[in-house]
Structures are given as structure tokens and as C-alpha cells.
Design a protein around this ligand. Structure first.
Ligand code: IDP
Ligand code: MG
Length: 152
């Protein structure tokens, strides 16, 4: 059981513009995850093309990059038990119309090209994304509440 798994979560430009930053952070905090890194960033085209490199040959790729360049984003690393998979569950399905209510996309979005947030899809990709966006500069500290989140 790893309570130190980390995931890269990003609030996309629409999430920032729509005032969802606090709400999204609150959901991860309240769930019990530990905030390990946080910044606002206006990413370059090159950075975004690297981040979404696996999708480079998709027809929607240019539109995706344009969307992600449309304003600042919030970059975060959240840490805790099963953080990658649980983060994805909290985000909801890629297409918001297929996302359950109670998920971020299921509560706040309607279209795939405006789906508010990003979350790593595997531990391996989380590692790559944390290196890409934070150069691995994540904080290490003890979350005192952990004793009330994790069983002894
Ligand atoms: P994910 O964000 O749920 O991991 P991916 O398949 O990795 O989904 O796609 C990355 C992002 O590209 C999506 O979050 C969405 O913003 C955008 N995207 C994915 N599929 C489409 C599409 O069919 N049309 C437009 N944008 C898309
Ligand atoms: Mg993805």
C-alpha cells in the first residue's frame, strides 16, 4: 500500500476562467490527498506539445493545443493512496457528457474540448508529467492529518 503515490492534476484555462480553482483544490484536499506542488503557469506551445505528445497525430490535436494556450493553467501534484486512479475517478470521463454527477467534469462541463481539468492516466505518465511541469520540484513534508485519513 503506497500512500506516497503522486499524480499530476492541472486545471485547464476554462477551469481558471470559470472560477473553479478553489472548488477543484478543495475536492482533492477534502478527499485526503496531500498537496505536494502548486503553481500558475502560462505554458509554451512546446511544453504543451510534449505534455500531449501521445495525441500528436489525432485530428483534434491543433485545437487541443490552442485551447490549452488560451489562458493560464493551475499545475498541481497531489499525493496519497492510489492517487493516480482516484484522481481520474474524481475528474470523470474524458467526455463530460459521459461523466457521472459528483465528478468534476460531470458537475462542471459539457464538451470534451472544454473539460476543465487534466489528470495523469498512469503512475508512469504521472512521473513524466511531474518532471515536465515541475522539474521534480515537489515539497516533502508530513501531513499531520494523515493519522486521521490512513489506518494505523
Ligand atoms: P484525458 O484528458 O481524459 O486523459 P485524453 O484522451 O488524454 O483524455 O485527451 C486529452 C484531452 O484532449 C482531453 O482532456 C480533451 O480536452 C481533449 N480531447 C480528447 N478527445 C477529444 C476529441 O475527440 N475532441 C476534442 N478534444 C478532445
Ligand atoms: Mg490523457
Amino acid at each position: 500500500m503506497s500512500t506516497t503515490e503522486q499524480t499530476y492534476i492541472m486545471i485547464k484555462p476554462d477551469g481558471v476562467q470559470r472560477g473553479l480553482v478553489g472548488e477543484i483544490i478543495a475536492r482533492f484536499e477534502k478527499r485526503g490527498f496531500k498537496l505536494a506542488a502548486l503553481k500558475m503557469e502560462t505554458p509554451s506551445k512546446e511544453l504543451l506539445e510534449k505534455h500531449y505528445g501521445d495525441l500528436a497525430d489525432k485530428p483534434f490535436f491543433p485545437k487541443l493545443v490552442k485551447y490549452m494556450l488560451s489562458g493560464p493553467v493551475i499545475c498541481m501534484v497531489w499525493e496519497g493512496l492510489d492517487a493516480v486512479k482516484t484522481g481520474r475517478v474524481m475528474l470523470g470521463a474524458t467526455n463530460p457528457l459521459a461523466s457521472n454527477p459528483g465528478t468534476i467534469r460531470g458537475d462542471y462541463a459539457l464538451q470534451v474540448g472544454m473539460n476543465v481539468c487534466h489528470g495523469s492516466d498512469s503512475v508512469e505518465n504521472a512521473k513524466k508529467e511531474i518532471e515536465l511541469w515541475f522539474n521534480n520540484d515537489v515539497k516533502q513534508y508530513k501531513l499531520d492529518a494523515a493519522q486521521w485519513i490512513y489506518e494505523a
